[in-house]
Design a protein around this ligand. Sequence first.
Ligand SMILES: *[C@@H]1O[C@H](CO)[C@@H](O)[C@H](O)[C@H]1NC(C)=O
Ligand SMILES: *[C@@H]1O[C@H](CO)[C@@H](O)[C@H](O)[C@H]1NC(C)=O
Ligand SMILES: *[C@@H]1O[C@H](CO)[C@@H](O)[C@H](O)[C@H]1NC(C)=O
Ligand SMILES: *[C@@H]1O[C@H](CO)[C@@H](O)[C@H](O)[C@H]1NC(C)=O
Ligand SMILES: *[C@@H]1O[C@H](CO)[C@@H](O)[C@H](O)[C@H]1NC(C)=O
Ligand SMILES: *[C@@H]1O[C@H](CO)[C@@H](O)[C@H](O)[C@H]1NC(C)=O
Ligand SMILES: *[C@@H]1O[C@H](CO)[C@@H](O)[C@H](O)[C@H]1NC(C)=O
Length: 451
Amino acid sequence: MVKEMRFDFNPLSLYKNNKHSHVFVKFAVSLLLLGIAFRLFVSDSITFSFVAETREAENRISMEDIKAESPVALLPIQQAVSGDFQANETQIPIKDSAKCDLFTGDWIPDPSGPTYSNVTCLAIEDHQNCMRNGRPDSGYLYWRWNPRDCQLPRFSPERFLDLMRNKSWAFIGDSISRNHVQSLLCILNQVDQAVEVYHDEEYKSKRWHFPSHNFTLSVIWTPFLLKAEVFEDINGISSSEIQLHLDELDTKWTEQYTNFDYVVIAGGKWFLKTAIYLENNTIQGCHYCPGKNLTELGFDYAYRKALQLVLSFITGSEHKAFVFFRTTTPDHFENGEWFSGGTCNRTIPFKEGEVEMRDVDSVMRDVELEEFEKAAAIGAEMGVILKLLDTTRLSLLRPDGHPGPYRQFHPFAKDKNAEVQNDCLHWCLPGPIDAWNDLVMKMILNDQTKR
Ligand SMILES: *[C@@H]1O[C@H](CO)[C@@H](O)[C@H](O)[C@H]1NC(C)=O
Ligand SMILES: *[C@@H]1O[C@H](CO)[C@@H](O)[C@H](O)[C@H]1NC(C)=O
Ligand SMILES: *[C@@H]1O[C@H](CO)[C@@H](O)[C@H](O)[C@H]1NC(C)=O
Ligand SMILES: *[C@@H]1O[C@H](CO)[C@@H](O)[C@H](O)[C@H]1NC(C)=O
Ligand SMILES: *[C@@H]1O[C@H](CO)[C@@H](O)[C@H](O)[C@H]1NC(C)=O
Ligand SMILES: *[C@@H]1O[C@H](CO)[C@@H](O)[C@H](O)[C@H]1NC(C)=O
Ligand SMILES: *[C@@H]1O[C@H](CO)[C@@H](O)[C@H](O)[C@H]1NC(C)=O
């Protein structure tokens, strides 16, 4: 039974081959223990890296520290959602926006808090609805991303919708892209109610229309961006290895591509899974497939091929979209991994230098940056606007922004010491991922001022 369950990928297999059997045993045991809850979690989520990176005890922080460090941590939510949060773009000198690196900076306290809540937004996925699910602390809501050399105004839903009249957007990728689109929906819903006009059978790809602005927003579920045969049932139980075609894009997104004026596209953690790699319909090798007598090519080989194909499709398309290429998202499991009781109970951000990116995220991001550089140069010649949405490092600083145990509804209601699966990868809504949209907005406005 356990052998049938193949989310047993090892992202670090290239680097730490000796870990395989140990990790697999841990994995199998915890799988049996966690049972159904575990499977539900994995089914709809991207999966997590294996090798624990246990941080030192002195890095841990208590509730008292939070109160001391974050003057705004205890502000009531109501105050936050009723305020006026419109960005005032005219305050920002255009000169400073032009050259500023939006992705280098700090998280600073922000008493104004989020612009929406679990009450004003109905689009929040249950597993990310930390408020509804009873997360006790709210300090994580009172921070904003502050780029070192310029100001990042709050996303202005009015301004955005005005600019996007008759336009169409798509978020293309995995469950992190869905997390991102839900943040945008919640922000926009304050101004115009979205009408869901399409969903696929599994409710993974969706489309919404904002009638008063004729704005269309889509999310397209394609975790590899490539053609892939995935043999997972609805609970994420796999009956066979994923067959990944490294030379064919997933038509699910390419066929619709010309409909979109703006695209936010991202790859990510699905590439860490066990997979057989094919090119020209011929097996070339695999990633993490012991006992198969296939060449281990490494996830980075596949990821690079995938991004090359994706980006050359974009730069080579007759259709000139405005494309954001988002970098990978780090997770924050501590004292274990997603499958072995890892948790993320921090309640304030890290400061720059307090945390290091894991090997697996570094490898992914390096591939991303290299392939993006090459593509952006070609894109510039072809008249395609290709922007890097480099959220990796700023997200790395937010271990406090994940649902943790509060992916379930009131997980400790019956038993204070209940063992629950933690989610230290997706983001609470509202939460730090809302800043990704502030960045998107800023990048659009920067582009507008250039025209
Ligand atoms: C966080 O979890 C660790 C164990 O994983 C525990 O020792 C620590 O007390 C927890 N901190 C808080 C603030 O709950
Ligand atoms: C924006 O800021 C400018 C300069 O500080 C001010 O003159 C203007 O009234 C503000 N606009 C709004 C809508 O707050
Ligand atoms: C929203 O969250 C609060 C706790 O922050 C909770 O009391 C309330 O029931 C939630 N409402 C909805 C509609 O989820
Ligand atoms: C939106 O489309 C309608 C109908 O095609 C057109 O009348 C209107 O001018 C368009 N608005 C913008 C801002 O493009
Ligand atoms: C809505 O926008 C689309 C383009 O995305 C345009 O073809 C259509 O005419 C617009 N409809 C209205 C009612 O403005
Ligand atoms: C792909 O495979 C076909 C046969 O299945 C072969 O004729 C063709 O040369 C191969 N192409 C490449 C680029 O290897
Ligand atoms: C592994 O594959 C190679 C080449 O395809 C073959 O020569 C070898 O016999 C295989 N080994 C086993 C144990 O199947």
